[in-house]
Ligand binder design. Structure first.
Ligand SMILES: *Cc1c(COP(=O)(O)O)cnc(C)c1O
Length: 399
């Protein structure tokens, strides 16, 4: 290689007859074109990149992988879009596809920030919203309006793990001529592929189970209809929902072990749910494959016998028992996230659902003793032992 003529001029990338096995990381914000004709052709829809906000290779490589997981090209053809967070994916749907005067019907237990968009931000933009229980089709139907443009739901609710009536919702959306938008973050394509069941748009917080290591914040969104996908792409580019190349690169690496992590976490989650059910001081356990789960039959039908990695349970005793529980399990991160390789704990009454009144929480079944566990892939014996010790510590306080 020749020495550069100036330190400022970028050194040409060395040529090599062999190629890297790992996807190269491309942090470049800009891409230089040979001449105006080439740049013109590029803006007119040619291949390649110009400016990272408009798209970059690491986002495209990652999107193709998630597209594959969600069933492309059999279930949908338009390429999915990777954006800067799960909320950016929700934002791309709303900003790309709605206008003032439209109405959006959402599930009543959506992710907290999505609920905020529905309750505060869309109305501010002249878009009406309402919420109803997605496991109750009559309630959802009653909430539809002539201006309804889309129904937005999550398959498994947070944190009570209720299962939406996805078949009923697909039929309702088709009958009403509205878009069915499914946030598949909790279920992941391992349990459920919404495009195979009537969804028009699918969303992921890639931050969670897909990337899986709590070191990248990303989202993904795809539409069955290429025209809708293009509108969301333009909105994402315009509003700057761009993902970081490095995060895309990390998430791609995380995805390689997605299926293995998911299977391992599910096995541990089922075992933990069973163990919790037998522990004194535990009032109830929620896990979709357990026969005592309120939506057990629907869960089995939708997820083919798989249960996912989320387990919720309720301790006897109030906040004091909850405090004793987290303090007695210091190695399990008490942190408001899910889908990490390691188990994490969330306490909805003090975090995701703190804005609700105690009565509203009670109606959802979220008491001070309610915990949600995102089960990771550590040794089952270690995990169950830690949780058992913490449940005992909580029981000692509430006695
Ligand atoms: C976390 C989450 C989001 C938001 O994703 P971020 O990557 O944190 O922006 C949206 N929906 C669900 C169901 C989530 O769990």
């Amino acid at each position: 290689m020749k020495p550069p003529r100036s330190l400022i001029r970028r050194t040409p990338w060395p040529t090599s007859t062999s190629r890297p096995v790992v996807t190269p990381l491309s942090p470049s914000v800009v891409y230089a074109s040979p001449d105006p004709d080439a740049l013109d052709a590029q803006y007119a829809g040619g291949t390649g990149y110009t400016y990272a906000r408009e798209g970059h290779p690491n986002a495209e490589v990652l999107a193709a992988k998630i597209d594959h997981l969600e069933g492309a090209p059999d279930l949908f053809e338009a390429p999915g879009l990777v954006v800067g967070s799960g909320m950016a994916a929700v934002g791309a749907v709303f900003l790309g596809l709605l206008k003032a005067g439209d109405h959006v019907l959402g599930g009543d237990q959506l992710y907290g920030r999505t609920l905020r968009m529905m309750n505060e931000d869309l109305p501010r933009l002249g878009i009406a919203t309402s919420l109803a229980d997605p496991s109750d089709i009559a309630a959802m139907r009653a909430a539809l309006r002539p201006e309804t443009r889309m129904i937005v739901v999550e398959v498994l609710s947070n944190p009570t793990l209720r299962v939406a009536d996805m078949e009923g919702l697909a039929a309702l959306a088709a009958e009403a001529g509205v878009l069915l938008v499914v946030d598949n973050t909790f279920t992941t394509p391992a349990l459920y592929r919404p495009f195979a069941h009537g969804a028009h748009i699918v969303i992921h917080s890639v931050t969670k189970l897909l990337a899986g290591h709590s070191d990248a914040t990303l989202g993904w969104v795809a539409a069955k209809d290429p025209a809708l996908a293009e509108k969301m792409r333009v909105a994402a580019v315009t509003w700057g929902l761009t993902p970081s190349p490095f995060d895309c690169w990390l998430a791609e690496r995380g995805l390689h072990s997605f299926h293995l992590r998911m299977e391992a976490a599910e096995a541990r989650a089922a075992e933990l749910a069973g163990a919790l059910a037998g522990m004194p001081g535990v009032r109830r356990v929620l896990y979709p494959t357990r026969p005592d789960h309120p939506d057990h039959n629907r869960a089995v039908a939708l997820f083919g016998g798989r249960g996912g990695n989320m387990v919720s349970f309720e301790l006897e005793g109030g906040r004091a028992a909850a405090n004793a529980f987290t303090r007695a399990a210091p190695e399990i991160a008490f942190a408001p996230t899910l889908g990490d390789v390691g188990t994490t704990l969330s306490h909805p009454a003090s975090s995701s659902h703190r804005a609700l009144t105690p009565e509203a929480r009670e109606r959802l079944g979220i008491s001070e003793g309610f915990f949600r566990v995102s089960v990771g892939i550590e040794e089952t014996g270690l995990l169950v032992g830690e949780i058992r010790a913490a449940v005992e510590a909580a029981a000692a306080v509430s006695r």
